[in-house]
Design a protein around this ligand. Structure first.
Ligand SMILES: [Mn+2]
Length: 362
């Protein structure tokens, strides 16, 4: 789950992917893919990835998903730094959200690429669908590497390691870097731990397990200041808190309080300049209303409404968002409804939520 993001989990889906799955627009989507199994060849693939990267002599381009979150930036920055230490020619095209920019040093990131350099290895991290990648086209890559923890991952690429049991892609990148001939230090460990922190909600979400805590413990042993990092990751501008007040005024508790729902409107974004960039984790506030099994944030955009969903077992945020053409994890997922009004979006979302709640009567 994306740190909450989940990603936010910016775990939005795309109609393109839906079409790729053979779904006819207008028909009821099928149930979520059952492929949430971990990769049975995990250890061998980590070794193969490390060997492939170590041997690669051409350029390497590292990308992640649209609306990058802490795992997207943390995974890519950790891998890029490790590979640069091995003398590799690495490009990392990304525009991180404001609250993560403190992690980045001058010159580490680039703007989006129009084309891949000749002979490039493209490493795609934390991206379930190629259509949701950002920063560089995938056409023309000499080799595509896919490392991700979304169960809905399309298993694209020449070498794909997909492990839904990993709490964060950063946890998988930690294993890759362990297998590379580089020495861990604070500069490598800090972004890597960030990915684990944001995708687990600072080790509070349902994906938090012994393995991710052990991996995080290893990174703390490499010089990360845990208290400083977790503190810094919570910093937000004043406008964030001003807008939070307005968003909380929209709070509703449908389905007898089994769900919580709130909205960020275009008017709020206009009123609270600068808050939009960091508003994704408001859903992390309303998920803690007593009795709520599923929390939903609607974010109005010019041409679409973005949906962020957080759920506690047995309710599946993934099932709700796949119903809406999106995707993500069981506990945290997202979708994007294009060309609809806020009211239409809300009705569609509530219908999908009701269907999932009906599967698990309280
Ligand atoms: Mn992730």
């Amino acid at each position: 789950m994306a740190g909450e993001a989940l990603q936010d989990c910016s775990l939005t889906g795309s109609p393109v992917a839906m079409q790729g799955m053979g779904i006819i627009v207008g028909m009821t989507p099928p149930p979520p893919p059952a492929d949430n199994a971990n990769d049975p060849n995990y250890a061998q693939k980590i070794r193969a990835i490390a060997d492939q990267l170590t041997a690669w002599e051409g350029p390497i381009v590292v990308i992640s998903h649209v609306d990058p979150d802490g795992d997207a930036l943390g995974s890519t920055l950790t891998l890029a730094r490790a590979l640069r230490r091995l003398g590799k020619d690495v490009t990392l095209p990304m525009e991180p959200p404001a609250f993560l920019r403190f992690l980045v040093e001058e010159g580490e990131l680039s703007g989006p690429l129009d084309a891949l350099p000749d002979g490039a290895l493209l490493a795609v991290l934390d991206v379930a669908e190629l259509a949701r990648s950002e920063g560089a086209p995938h056409e023309g890559a000499a080799f595509v590497l896919n490392v991700d923890h979304h169960g809905t991952n399309e298993r694209f690429g020449d070498l794909a390691l997909v492990n839904p049991g990993s709490a964060a892609t950063a946890q998988m990148i930690k294993d890759v870097v362990d297998a590379l001939p580089v020495t861990w230090d604070e500069a490598l460990a800090t972004p890597c731990l960030t990915g684990m922190l944001t995708d687990t909600g600072t080790f509070r979400y349902a994906n938090t397990d012994r393995d991710v805590l052990r991996a995080a413990g290893d990174l703390m042993g490499h010089g990360v200041s845990y208290v400083e990092l977790t503190d810094r990751l919570q910093w937000r501008p004043e406008s964030y808190y001003r807008m939070l007040g307005a968003v909380m005024d929209t709070l509703e508790l449908p389905f007898g309080g089994r769900a919580t729902l709130a909205t960020v409107t275009l008017a709020m974004k206009a009123r609270f300049q600068g808050a939009n960039d960091d508003s994704d984790d408001y859903v992390g506030v309303i998920r803690y209303v007593e009795g709520s099994q599923v929390a939903i944030m609607l974010k109005e955009h010019e041409d679409a409404v973005k949906i962020s969903v957080r759920a506690r077992a047995p309710i599946s945020a993934q099932a709700i968002c796949i119903e809406l053409g999106g995707g993500g994890h069981v506990a945290a997922a997202g979708a994007k409804l294009v060309g609809v009004t806020l009211e239409d979006a809300k009705n569609q979302v509530l219908a999908a939520v009701e269907k999932e709640l009906d599967r698990h009567p309280s």
